[in-house]
Design a protein around this ligand. Sequence first.
Ligand code: PMV
Length: 360
Amino acid sequence: MTEQDFIPKSFKNTLDKGSFTWSSPSNIALVKYWGKKKNQIPEIPSIIFTLDTCRTTTMLSFSRKQSDEHFSFEVFLDGKQKDDFKPKIDTFFKRTETYLPFLKDYHFKIETSNTFPHSSGIASSASGMSALALCLMSVERSFNEAEMTNEFFNQKASFLARLGSGSACRSIEGDLIVWGNHKKIYGSSDLYGVKYPFQVHDNFRNYHDTILLVNKGEKQVSSSLGHNLMHGHPFAQERFKQAHNNLSKLINVFKKGDLDAFIEIIESEALTLHAMMMTSLPYFILMKPNTLEIIDKIWTFRQQTGLHLCFTLDAGANVHVLYPESEAEKIFEFIQNELVAYCQNGHYICDRIGFGAKQL
Ligand code: PMV
């Protein structure tokens, strides 16, 4: 597939008005996307677990208007008008207009809500942009019903979501998604996310992710600024090679269900992401003292018990604790007894691997 394949030829029956609702999940990267070219083309491939509980629900209502030079839309979060979301959506519409040529023919009302608190330090861009992209794809499909396969629908939704926020392209389907060209992963693409095509051992079924909210509130470094720091970064080329290698190694790890090897790759990826931020110019430390306390406790507990919990991090201070279903009871007890104390106001979210977006 190329970009050209996502430009629609013609629409048979456009509608005057309508509305569609999608609920789309967040995702957690195992091999991290950090560094991009223009239009969210990633420097490296990434692989993620789609989440289940952390979701955005978006209802998009559309009504025909006189076509003119401008996009016309209003945005609501939890029923309240959110004009500060508008610039990001305006940019998204500009980037996707070639592929959704009806955007200026309608007025859109975007009503959105998240299952996780807005200022929890969990980015809503992946779930939010994917939910919006899916709603727009439903509009497109309603104009050309018979001719669109589900495969094309998902691929184009992922392609559009990527133009809103890179990581959003990995939130359309589940449970394991790869985004970015990788020589060993057939069908992988820089343009959209694809389902991981190989065997995955039962050890990874129902994998848990308990998200410890160490620091709520706005991100210290925006993703765009962060990705840009990889341009001219002294360690960028080595990092890019490492990400390709880690994804290659994971193929065997997933097949064999090798949890020890999984832990080593996942924790190294998280720390490397932060190492890249500490060694860029300007430099940032995005972990907080409690992030390190949690990591230390996880390592000690793992050494003492041999249980297979590990951590990963996004570009912030919150800690995602990942662990298998078969050990969930003991590990969750440890989290409650030992780790929750390091969370801001004791807040954490219990999530697990999920299966992608749902139309409501
Ligand atoms: O989608 P963005 O531009 O917000 O980038 C997200 C990057 C990380 O969360 C740090 C890593 C990843 O792969 O999700």
